[in-house]
Design a protein around this ligand. Structure first.
Ligand SMILES: Nc1ncnc2c1ncn2[C@@H]1O[C@H](COP(=O)(O)OP(=O)(O)O)[C@@H](O)[C@H]1O
Ligand SMILES: [Mg+2]
Length: 266
């Protein structure tokens, strides 16, 4: 016993609350040579980006096409290599992870893309598609995996019979539900939603956003939510970063109306 009174209030910034702490992330892509004899040039897709994502919240990244949103998110979840920078996830810098450590770290991240159709193998049934991440990561017995698929279908609002259908037999909104079920299968801590609702009609967008919110509440999920649509971002996110030419030019808790005047036009 240390004697003193127990702390009743949380400190203003509790470090344990931060799931992801990205520091000075840089991603360059090779872009051929300038002329025949010139030095090889690079695309500075992400050029020194830093941000923190709090556990159980939604971090929005907004910006015009080509501003580096997808590259940032994909580097953070180690889908593409970072040129430099720190990616501290749950207290560990995963930027240098290799081999088995990297594979395990990656299992904590999932991504949902804009185009649910191209994200799903058209020759495989929905049940198999949802089960695939469990098979790959060797999670549970075959029976447990089947039970998990049924549970996931229910959680994303699809009927059990959906397991036997092929992706083309679903509507766009249902396909995105399928992608979300697949992303949730290995129980990730962080899901990147990269323009996940951008291709959907407004009414369907709202349904999918409500579903994502419900899952976040129930499972304590953390999201990085990428969109070029400021309206959706403001409605959906707890914290927002505005990207422009590979940099975060503004960062604020939502709503960001106050900073819009200072940001480049979107
Ligand atoms: N694999 C790649 N090779 C070369 N350049 C790339 C590659 N991926 C993205 N880029 C470039 O990096 C920049 C940022 O792209 P991206 O992250 O996709 O932007 P956003 O998601 O904001 O639209 C763009 O200039 C894009 O052309
Ligand atoms: Mg993108």
């Amino acid at each position: 016993m240390s004697g003193g009174l127990p702390a009743l209030t949380r400190p203003a910034e509790d470090r344990t609350d931060v799931l992801l702490d990205v520091n000075d992330l840089v991603v360059h892509f090779p872009a051929g040579r300038r002329g025949i004899l010139g030095p090889p040039s690079k695309v500075h897709a992400v050029d020194g980006v830093s941000f923190r994502v709090r556990r159980g919240t939604t971090f929005g990244i907004v910006g015009e096409s080509g501003s580096g949103k997808s590259t940032t998110a994909q580097a953070v979840i180690r889908l593409i290599p970072a040129t430099s920078g720190q990616i501290v996830f749950d207290g560990e810098n995963i930027a240098d992870f290799r081999g088995e450590r990297l594979r395990l770290a990656r299992s904590k991240f999932q991504i949902v893309f804009q185009d649910p159709f191209s994200a799903l193998d058209p020759r495989r049934r929905a049940g198999e598609l949802i089960r695939e991440p469990l098979d790959l990561l060797n999670i549970g017995s075959p029976k447990e995996r089947e039970a998990r698929v049924r549970q996931l279908l229910e959680e994303v609002g699809l009927p059990p019979q959906a397991a036997d259908l092929f992706p083309h037999q679903f509507s766009g909104g249902q396909r995105q539900r399928l992608c979300i079920a697949r992303a949730m299968a290995p129980e990730p801590d962080l899901i990147v939603c990269d323009e996940a609702v951008s291709a959907l009609d407004v009414a369907i967008q709202a349904q999918i956003l409500n579903l994502l919110k419900k899952l976040q509440r129930e499972r304590g999920l953390t999201y990085i939510f990428i969109s070029h649509d400021l309206g959706v971002i403001q409605h959906f996110c707890d914290d927002i970063a505005v990207m422009y030419l590979g940099k975060i030019v503004e960062q604020a808790p939502a709503p960001v109306r106050a900073i819009l005047g200072a940001a480049p036009p979107l």
